[in-house]
Design a protein around this ligand. Structure first.
Ligand code: PRP
Length: 172
């Protein structure tokens, strides 16, 4: 039997859409004449990336890498495992790595290092949410305070990814 969890609203649909729009405008402004490769970190980024590409006013390509560290808990295990690698040739490409949330930044660091080994022209970091007190990435949507957040692609033990808004789990 799954334990009942109480969710507290953090960001609503309009706030999220506005943040996605700001991020898209910044990425488009920095890449006027290139076709950047957006690399989504699965699974959490799939909703953000889907909205982001549709908010962009420039052509892009999309690829995915699967990195996970949290398992079923609410704290990082500290070890980031890449279980699905990129399929694109990165040589000379302008790459933007897309995360749902940057917490410790460990996942982003591991993926960026992996991409840099493929000799891209540039690598930029993008996250919808950044934990307060962390170093912000090149592009980000909103700061988020303490609490384990879920929804808009982000899970707790694979639950809540389908919620259109972002919530914090009460008591975390
Ligand atoms: C979560 C989240 C980010 C990462 C952020 O992924 O989606 O990818 O952790 O944490 P960090 O900045 O401390 O590394 P998770 O490992 O839970 O996998 P998932 O995206 O498949 O849920």
């Amino acid at each position: 039997m799954e334990q009942p969890l109480e969710l507290e609203p953090r960001f609503g649909r309009e706030e999220i859409a506005a943040a996605v729009g700001r991020v898209a405008a910044a990425i488009a402004a920095d890449h006027p004449d290139t076709r950047p490769l957006l690399v989504g970190i699965l699974k959490g980024s799939f909703v953000f990336l889907a909205d982001l590409v549709r908010a962009l006013t420039i052509p892009v390509e999309v690829d995915f890498v699967r990195a996970r560290s949290y398992g079923k808990g609410t704290t990082s295990s500290g070890a980031v495992e890449i279980t699905k690698d990129l399929e694109s040739d990165l040589t000379g490409r302008h790459v933007v790595v897309v995360e749902d949330i940057e917490d410790t930044g460990l996942t982003m660091d591991v993926v960026v290092r992996r991409i840099e080994a493929g000799h891209p022209a540039s690598v930029k970091r993008c996250a919808l949410l950044v934990r307060e007190g962390s170093e912000p990435p090149d592009y980000y949507g909103m700061w988020v305070g303490p609490g384990f957040v879920v929804g808009y692609g982000i899970d707790y033990a694979e639950r809540f990814r389908e919620l259109p808004e972002i919530y914090a789990i009460k008591g975390t």
